[in-house]
Ligand binder design. Structure first.
Ligand code: G3I
Length: 379
């Protein structure tokens, strides 16, 4: 009896999605809601595609956690948002504490992005290429990336993403390598990136080679991901929003490819901006020629447990956020950062706060769910 995604599509959005904690997938009740395409037609890994999961040591790539949600999306026929590449957090110590110069850190970023994007090539609807480059005061975040590369790490990351997943489509040549003319006959082992297991059925002998010239594999394999900058607290139209506008300008002036800005939407019940204020902020970005989406929405109660009135206010706040997206041409989708209060990052980060999602911990629909579904149904 899910309906959020079905209604969201009917209202003109491209998706209504949720993040999925990699540890939650044995919970049958959780999975039955998650798999309902009428409820969620897009998913995003909560942690599995972060740098510390994918490249815990230099040159050792491990896709086992990242693939959990990617595989679920494929099995369920859901869009996959991919999250995230250049980010100061969940960044392994070898990157965070390394003694880098411009050239070596650029190589590290480019190598990470090239490998990860090729592994997930054809699977990601969006990539959060850079995450949270501004700090909470609206200054550049003091990360290893900023310290070594200044603002250049933004265009470097976006250019690397385009190189690894270009709009030039991915093709597979269906001939044995031995019959290929040089240079196509170079052995697979000489490719500068690991080949995706997604393609492995096609890689048993006779071998096939990726090349821009030959036969199309399939539509899905040819999809290239839209490239996003993603951050929180952009919703308040203050210094942090200003510097993020400036970041988009920097990326665009460098000629680097950015398609969208993700508004994470980690908000607080009772202090969420109005629908109109939120629409105004979204339009600051669509005016730059990029699309926007809400990518990680949760609206937490600062006082627990919430009373009935607080639950109603939470529903109104959700409606304001979603409503602003419906109001703005170029706001293309809405993703919640989890759907049940049973699993959320909030209580461990903000002790004493929580219950930020659309379903309670027993998987019952909250007033916020009703508020969201009614708004969509009326849209
Ligand atoms: O995997 C380890 C486990 O091995 C260990 O025993 C355990 C002990 O603490 O920690 C586990 O890692 C935790 C990880 O989640 C997986 O559960 C980390 O400690 C914990 O810090 C991490 O939190 C995640 C957080 O990002 C880290 O920054 C949250 O689950 C995740 O919801 C949150 O998501 C972020 C987005 O990626 C970006 N925007 C903000 C959002 C909320 O903070």
């Amino acid at each position: 009896n899910g309906q959020l995604a079905r209604l969201a599509r009917a209202a003109g959005l491209e998706f209504f999605g949720t993040c999925v904690g990699e540890g939650n997938t044995n919970d049958q009740q959780y999975m039955s809601i998650l798999r309902d395409l009428d409820e969620f037609d897009q998913i995003v890994p909560e942690n599995g595609q972060k740098w510390d999961s994918l490249q815990p040591q230099r040159g050792r790539f491990d896709y086992s956690r990242g693939d959990i949600v990617a595989n679920l999306a494929r099995q369920n026929g859901q869009l996959l948002r991919c999250h995230t590449l250049t980010w100061h957090s969940q960044l392994p110590a070898w990157v965070r504490d390394g003694s880098w110069n411009r050239q070596t850190l650029t190589e590290v970023i480019e190598t990470h992005i090239a490998n990860v994007l090729r592994h997930y090539q054809g699977q990601c609807y969006h990539w959060d290429v850079v995450n949270e480059a501004a700090d909470d005061n609206g200054n550049w975040r003091n990360s290893v990336f900023y310290r070594v590369l200044n603002s250049d790490f933004l265009p470097i990351s976006f250019f690397a993403a385009r190189r690894a997943d270009p709009s030039t489509k991915l093709y597979v040549l269906p001939s044995p390598l031995s019959t290929l003319p040089s240079p196509l006959s170079s052995p697979l082992s000489s490719l500068p990136f690991p080949l995706s297991p997604f393609l492995s059925p096609f890689l048993s002998p006779p071998f096939f080679l990726l090349t821009p010239e030959t036969t199309k594999l399939s539509t899905a394999d040819n999809m290239n991901a839209k490239r996003y900058y993603n951050d929180y607290n952009l919703e308040y139209n203050d210094r942090k929003t200003d510097i993020t506008v400036e970041m988009v300008n920097i990326i665009q002036r460098a000629g680097a490819p950015i398609d969208g800005v993700g508004f994470q939407g980690h908000l607080i019940v009772g202090s969420t901006p109005s629908r109109q204020q939120l629409a105004t902020v979204l339009r600051r970005f669509t005016a730059l020629g990029v699309e926007v989406a809400y990518t990680e929405v949760d609206i937490r109660h600062a006082r627990m447990p919430p009373n009935q009135q607080a639950l109603v206010t939470q529903g109104n706040d959700y409606a304001n956020v979603l409503g602003s997206c419906l109001d703005v041409q170029g706001c293309i989708g809405f993703t919640v950062w989890g759907f049940t209060d049973k699993y959320s990052w909030i209580p461990s980060t903000f002790p004493g706060e929580g219950d930020a999602l659309l379903y309670n911990s027993n998987f019952g629909k909250k007033p916020a769910w009703t508020s969201v579904s009614s708004l969509l149904a009326a849209a």
